[in-house]
Design a protein around this ligand. Structure first.
Ligand code: IVH
Length: 673
């Protein structure tokens, strides 16, 4: 017969397990078991409690909101992408930001413009589609291009109206804003979530909306996605209407029109930030005029017309226990300080980057030193300085390794032709996949959110699969033996089915995403797009070999010597050629679509000299919007040379020689009507 003690023991064991999985899911966002497996543990606990009334625990699913989270929401494409914001950290960044805007719009320093200034609430963004006043769907941000359909959960939030019967409410509009939880309401959820942001995210992703309803989530609206017949002139006017339509907006929204006032406002607000009811990690600045916003457009994943002015980082002092070297995807050796765990602004930190060898020497950082560590938002914490007064004779100077700690290849500093100096960063000189750590990092990059975005194949899983020898190259992802995975600790039929599904889905990629996913040094998302647009045909990329003639790449505006020599090097290595060849067998790479609707289809342009009332960058993006191509040198392929004031004479002469049409700015606009 079971004794009371043994029953308690059995019960507590199960509680411990469920507590761990709650943590994995909610705080770490890394579930280790499937929905079904989680459910089974939960059922066991509830059964025991029913049978033996003396059993109870505050972690029990009967008390706890640690109910089954769902990973299986339907996904849906955003009609207008939900992008991120570039950061401003200090006065200098702010001055540069405004300078860039002025340059782009060709405004001189006495022409004023306004900023809409809004607190940056640290929550989870959501997009609400209204048709004829009815909320018909709600999406999470997801990767910015595709979100999870969480309509029912969003509808449980009191601040989100389901029906709007106000005359001037637009017929077709997506309202966007932040879902968050008040600091005071977070107190009771502290056990289960690391911070209010995780609490909001976890609660929004419940399978049963009745569970979401139990959490006092809030919503503040601040922008729009798709918006038909938008007649607003200013962001600040839109914010006022949001309020009229029944949405909550921030009471701290403001309009400011010069840098000094922005800085003063930032300083005052930062002092107040801890008094606010919710977490705020900075202020968002948006160019107030929607017409200017339109002209400014986007660069990469962020709008040019907005930026986030972050609050200063939290910092603490702690001791360096040892220094380890991390090997990155591109071979960079980064020294990382392992420190005595310390709480910095609500997050426990035990690693901090030391950047590179020069930085360690410059700051004279030694093992055993007490150092100041700073942490801001989701940026990796870094060592700021040494508290020399606390240095003891036991502190040890660190000797930076001469060789890669992973593969033993020589660690080298590259010579930078542009700065005429050696880089500060030492790199592993191996051929990439030959070095274990580099190979793992390359695979992590390949499956990461911005690349193939394979759900269920996070960093830890990649490491596990590497250790089990399941993967050595990116293509191995498509040859996984799922039976074997199912037998691994922490995996079950459901999680394997999910993984299989997301891997299969990831086989379809655009050429630009494919190029980016390869992780070629100096080829980020933007450059990958430029190259894909240049080649268009996927076969052209796949066919690149050691003898490929890269000379046409110099015509790609935005691609320079550094990028070209990096691509050349990439394709000179057999492993890489093999990876590209193999991947092309397992994946459906789409040819890159170039806008086909524009007036400038199949035409190429180059600009020389200064244009009137517009910057060169804006003129370029105007041409590209109309399907035209920008070239960066005068050659036979060029159709038009656009000449502004003080053009480069050599370019004009070359164009004349080659019989290329030479036009001015007015003529360019005429071509477009
Ligand atoms: S505007 C492309 N306005 O910040 C424009 N975003 O880093 C971005 N956020 O995902 C949206 N407060 O979750 C905007 N007043 C505000 C915001 C805000 C917080 C968040 C939002 C977004 C992230 C971008």
């Amino acid at each position: 017969m079971k004794t009371k003690d043994s029953i308690k023991k059995e019960y507590n064991k199960k509680i411990k397990i469920i507590k761990k999985h709650n943590e994995q899911y909610y705080s770490k966002d890394k579930p280790l078991i499937s929905d079904k497996e989680y459910d089974d543990i939960k059922k066991d606990i509830l059964k025991l409690e029913k049978k033996y009334s003396f059993l109870s625990s505050k972690y029990s699913p009967s008390i706890n909101i640690g109910f089954q989270p769902s990973k299986t929401f339907k996904k849906q494409k955003h009609k207008v992408p939900m992008l991120s914001l570039s950061n401003i950290f200090d006065k200098e960044d702010l001055i540069n930001y405004e300078k860039k805007i002025r340059n782009y719009l060709n405004l001189n320093s006495n022409e004023k413009f306004e900023y809409s200034v809004e607190p940056k609430i640290d929550g989870i963004s959501a997009s609400l589609t209204y048709e004829n006043g009815y909320l018909i769907s709600g999406l999470s941000r997801g990767d910015g291009y595709e979100g999870e359909l969480i309509t029912e959960n969003l509808k449980t939030i009191k601040d989100i109206p389901s029906i709007i019967k106000i005359k001037d409410f637009p017929k077709n509009i997506e309202i966007r804003g932040e879902v968050y939880i008040n600091k005071s309401n977070f107190e009771s959820l502290k056990e289960k979530f690391a911070n209010p942001r995780n609490a909001a995210s976890g609660s929004l992703r419940q399978k049963e909306s009745s569970q979401t309803k139990k959490i006092p989530l809030k919503f503040i609206a601040y922008t729009f996605g798709l918006f038909e017949n938008n007649n607003f002139k200013k962001q600040s006017e839109f914010l006022i209407s949001l309020k009229k339509w029944g949405f909550k907006t921030s009471q701290h929204n403001n309009v400011i029109s010069n840098i000094n006032d922005l800085l003063k406002n930032h300083e005052n607000f930062e002092k107040k930030r801890y008094e606010l009811e919710y977490d705020v990690d900075g202020l968002v600045y948006k160019i107030n005029s929607l017409q200017l916003q339109n002209r400014l457009g986007f660069v990469g994943n962020a709008p040019r017309w907005a930026a986030a002015h972050k609050f200063s980082a939290a910092s603490s002092f702690t001791k360096i226990l040892k220094i380890e070297i991390q090997v990155g995807r591109t071979g960079a050796l980064t020294p990382v300080a392992k420190v005595e765990p310390v709480n910095i602004g609500g997050v426990v930190v035990s690693n901090a980057t030391l950047h590179n060898e020069d930085e360690i020497n410059k700051k004279d950082i030694r093992i055993g030193d007490i150092v100041k560590i700073e942490r801001a938002g989701d940026v990796i914490p870094h060592v700021i300085s040494v508290d020399l007064k606390k240095r003891t004779s036991k502190s040890i100077k660190y000797k930076f390794p001469e060789n890669c700690p992973s593969c033993g290849s020589k660690a080298e500093k590259e010579f930078n032709k542009q700065t005429n100096k050696f880089d500060a960063v030492k790199r592993c000189s191996s051929d990439g996949y030959k070095c274990e750590k580099i190979a793992i990092e390359k695979i992590k990059h390949f499956v990461s959110k911005d690349a193939l975005n394979i759900d269920g194949l996070g960093k830890k899983v990649v490491e596990k699969f590497w250790e089990k020898r399941f993967i050595r190259f990116p293509q191995d992802i498509f040859k996984l033996d799922f039976k074997e995975i199912e037998n691994l600790d922490g995996w079950g039929p459901q999680s394997v089915a999910n993984l299989k599904y997301s891997i299969n889905k990831s086989r379809d990629v655009t050429l630009s995403k494919f190029i980016f996913a390869l992780g070629i040094r100096h080829i980020g998302q933007e450059n990958a797009k430029l190259i894909a647009k240049h080649l268009q045909n996927k076969q052209k990329f796949i066919n690149i070999n050691k003898n490929f003639d890269f000379s046409s790449f110099i015509n790609i505006d935005g691609i320079g010597e550094i990028q070209i020599s990096s691509i050349k090097k990439f394709f000179s290595i057999n492993d890489n050629l093999n990876v590209v060849g193999e991947l092309s067998k397992y994946m459906n790479i789409e040819d890159e679509k170039v806008s086909n609707f524009g007036k400038f289809k199949n035409l190429s342009f180059m600009i020389t000299g200064k244009l009137e009332n517009t910057s060169r960058a804006e003129a370029k993006s105007l041409i590209e919007k109309n399907a035209g191509k920008i070239l960066s040198s005068v050659n036979k392929k060029l159709d038009f040379l656009i000449v502004g004031q003080k053009p480069t004479v050599k370019k004009v002469n070359q164009a004349k020689e080659l019989n290329i049409k030479i036009i001015n700015q007015k003529e360019l606009l005429k071509l477009l009507n």
